[in-house]
Design a protein around this ligand. Structure first.
Ligand SMILES: Nc1ncnc2c1ncn2[C@@H]1O[C@H](COP(=O)(O)OP(=O)(O)O)[C@@H](O)[C@H]1O
Ligand SMILES: [Mg+2]
Length: 345
């Protein structure tokens, strides 16, 4: 069996009384594109910096290909890092920026520049090698920061919110570029974001974090279709939560019987796209609607409960809502209560 590329074992990080990370375990395979996803303050950057070596864990271990890294300084880890607020050298050209790491290591300028130029080509900036950062668009600057990290020769790339400062359509473009480059070069990537769409678009493995803990890790399909907790269901897309009570494995949900091997009160979770607006099922009233182009979103009232529904066609005449029981997920009531369990902090 191949050894996991990165092993994170029982890592905690405390800043005084703030628990930034709490007993985190994670395996990252060689060549895997891993996205750390979670709300602001959940510990994503801290975890990334612990892998990079710029933050030391309070306890626990990190190893790379079987070698313990925990006490190894960042410059000896062979990792390319693009920080949340990446700083390009403002007076150096794109080529000089991209070659900087190798030049600083004392490599011959000719070789450093050749590799810098190759990396610029890879991020589609070869034509702009002579431009200084402020002559480049935001998306180009971000790609330059990535080229600079790649030029160090690292096979492991750590990216902290790399598309944050960009316009929506450039962001989508850069995502596709990132995944293409990573796969083309056989890189292992750990990419931090709070944007679930970005995570779904990029990841081989999504790691969902909250309050310094990992709640779930899996492929985008696994975590979307089988969320481990209400928070995960809610954070990855939208979800309607309804209280149900099972008796003899049966309960009533939106005016119809459902079955599951459960007892007592539970929380049923139905995605907006799993609800069908029509003229049969449970009686509803449409409160609001919005056309998004490829789909429509509706706010509907069912017996004083508000539900979100998503449809591929205009359903503004609908009077009822129905669902397929196979599309319902059930959760037990969280100890802290549902509302608290869904909040970021
Ligand atoms: N250097 C620091 N000193 C004190 N607290 C910090 C420091 N860095 C991070 N924290 C705290 O640790 C928690 C996790 O922060 P961070 O890893 O930056 O979260 P994220 O990247 O998910 O937004 C937050 O509560 C943050 O305020
Ligand atoms: Mg952060």
């Amino acid at each position: 069996m191949q050894m996991p590329h990165i092993q994170i074992r029982n890592v905690s990080k405390y800043y005084g009384s703030v628990k930034a990370l709490h007993n985190v375990d994670l395996d990252i395979e060689d060549g895997e594109y891993v996205v750390l996803l979670g709300p602001s303050g959940c510990g994503k950057t801290t975890l990334l910096k612990i892998v990079a070596g710029t933050v030391e864990p309070s306890s626990g271990h990190v190893s790379l290909a079987g070698r313990d890294l925990t006490r190894l300084p960042p410059e000896d880890r062979g990792i390319g890092f693009v920080f949340q607020n990446y700083a390009l050298f403002p007076h150096l050209s794109a080529l000089e920026n991209a070659s900087y790491g190798r030049l600083a290591r004392g490599e011959a300028p000719e070789k450093a520049h050749r590799i810098g130029q190759e990396m610029l080509k890879l991020v589609h900036l070869a034509e702009r090698a002579d431009a200084i950062p402020k002559e480049l668009s935001g998306g180009m600057q971000q790609r330059l920061a990535i080229a600079r990290a790649l030029a160090t020769g690292s096979k492991l790339l750590l990216l902290d919110e790399p598309t944050n400062a960009l316009d929506a359509h450039i962001r989508t473009e850069l995502r596709e570029e990132l995944r293409r480059m990573a796969k083309q070069l056989g890189l292992t990537v750990v990419h931090v974001t709070h944007d679930q769409e970005e995570a779904m678009a990029l990841a081989d493995k999504i790691v969902i974090m909250r309050q310094g803990k990992i709640l779930q890790a899996g492929t985008p399909k696994e975590v979307y279709e089988h969320p481990a907790t209400p928070f995960v269901a809610n954070f990855l897309g939208e979800a309607n939560f309804l209280r149900v009570t099972f008796e003899d494995d049966r309960a009533q949900l939106l005016g119809r019987p459902v079955e599951a091997r459960l007892r007592g009160p539970h929380i049923a979770c139905i995605r907006p796209e799993s609800l069908r607006l029509d003229d049969k099922g449970a009686k509803i009233r449409i409160l609001g609607s919005r056309a998004f182009g490829p789909f429509y979103k509706y706010d509907v009232d069912y017996n004083g409960l508000s539900l979100r529904v998503r449809a591929t066609h205009d359903k503004s005449d609908a009077t009822h809502v129905s669902f397929d029981p196979a599309d319902v997920l059930y959760f037990s009531e969280p100890d802290e209560g549902l509302e608290k369990a869904l909040s970021a902090v």
